[in-house]
Design a protein around this ligand. Structure first.
Ligand code: SF4
Length: 373
């Protein structure tokens, strides 16, 4: 397996925000992750699908994919269609684009020893596209000033800047399992200016293990997220919030707490998970003990249960219509849409209070309907 560079594009959001985290995490091993394996397989299928669509000879990886299923197939098809469309747009504009898949890019001009692999790069006169496939379905990844994408784009500019006049860089995150497809476009001059004025100095600090610890949403992917003192102190600062009189919080104070609550909840859950894992290996935390959680009853032998109930003259089975996912699997995506498309509806989602920066549109006056009585 290739050695991961200290400052990789995929962790750049973290080490640019918190430079000393890079050296702090450097020697901490990370266990194998099924999600990562699944993602690698999905990427292999995506690459194959795009090659197939481009008429490039490639071996079908499907028989070797342990996580392969219909959803992976659909996601890879959607990705391939997206890539082909981006390529076609450049051709339609009279350009002569080139496309590179799983392309290694070198970012070491700005970041020591940094390189990465971009899923798809399309270069044409005037424009560079970087498209990144994300198979994860935990957190939606935003394309807006996405540091990983910006590093890939810098690497691609380094490769093609001399051959093509690139004025604009378009960076797309394609995350089909969350129906999240976002593109962020910026002038290549602006990207290069960011690389000189922000990225390079942050990377130098990170490489030397210097700079200030800084906690934030980027901690979610940090190896020391559960035991990091800086993160703990930042979150505990909220608990030390100095409440003024009168005894009820005013709206400003509620806003301040709302702004921190997600981070606080994520941190608390990371600490709990870390402590539970350690306790399960025998570690003792003063004042705490391991107990059995709630468990549910279940049949030890379903066939025997059914036979016993039938013998007693009762019907042990219930007949239920398949759920939407199972039905789609049964019929296949296109037949499902054709047969049942007009029999589907999507009710309004439960109102959620999020920061103004969230990409979802705000609920309008109809929110009255959601008011609790
Ligand atoms: S947990 Fe957050 S604050 Fe701590 S080292 Fe990691 S990124 Fe920095």
């Amino acid at each position: 397996m290739a050695k991961h560079s200290l400052l990789s594009p995929s962790s750049a959001a973290r080490w640019t925000a918190c430079p000393p985290s890079a050296r702090l995490c450097e020697h901490i091993a990370e266990g194998p992750s099924l999600f990562a394996e699944e993602g690698t397989e999905a990427h292999a299928l995506c690459e194959y699908k795009v090659k197939l669509a481009l008429g490039i000879d490639a071996a079908d990886p499907t028989p070797t994919l342990g996580f392969y299923n219909e959803q992976m197939e659909d996601c890879a098809d959607e990705y391939a269609a997206f890539v082909l469309e981006a390529l076609q747009q450049e051709k339609d504009a009279g350009k002569d684009p080139i496309i590179l898949l799983e392309q290694k890019v070198d970012v070491s001009t700005y970041v020591p020893e940094c390189s990465g692999t971009a899923d798809c790069i399309i270069v044409a006169d005037g424009k560079l596209h970087v498209i990144d496939f994300k198979y994860g379905q935990g957190v939606p990844v935003s394309a807006e000033r996405n540091t990983q994408m910006m590093l890939y784009a810098l690497g691609a500019l380094g490769m093609f800047g001399a051959l093509y006049e690139v004025d604009e860089v378009s960076m797309t995150v394609f995350q089909p399992r969350l129906a999240n497809v976002g593109t962020f476009t910026m002038a290549s001059d602006e990207l290069l200016e960011w690389a000189d004025s922000y990225l390079r100095p942050r990377a130098d600090l990170a490489f030397k293990g210097e700079g200030e610890f800084c906690s934030g949403p980027h901690c979610r992917f940090c190896k020391v997220k559960a035991t990091c003192r800086a993160r703990a102190e930042a979150n505990l600062a909220l608990a030390r919030y100095e409440f003024r009189m009168p005894p009820m919080l005013d709206d400003d104070e509620v806003c301040k707490i709302l702004g921190k609550v997600e981070e606080l909840a994520a941190w608390a859950s990371d600490v709990k998970e870390h402590a539970l894992k350690a306790a399960l290996t025998g570690k003792r935390f003063e004042g705490f003990k391991l107990v059995e959680g709630r468990s549910v009853r279940k049949y030890t032998d379903e066939a025997l249960v059914a036979a016993t109930v039938l013998n007693a003259g009762h019907d042990p089975y219930e007949k239920k219509i398949l759920g939407i996912t199972a039905m789609q699997r049964l019929l296949g995506k296109s037949q499902f849409e054709q047969m049942l498309g007009n029999l589907l509806e999507k009710g309004p989602g439960k109102p959620t209070l999020v920061a103004e920066s969230d990409r979802r549109p705000a609920l309008n006056a109809a929110t009255q309907d959601f008011k609790e009585n």
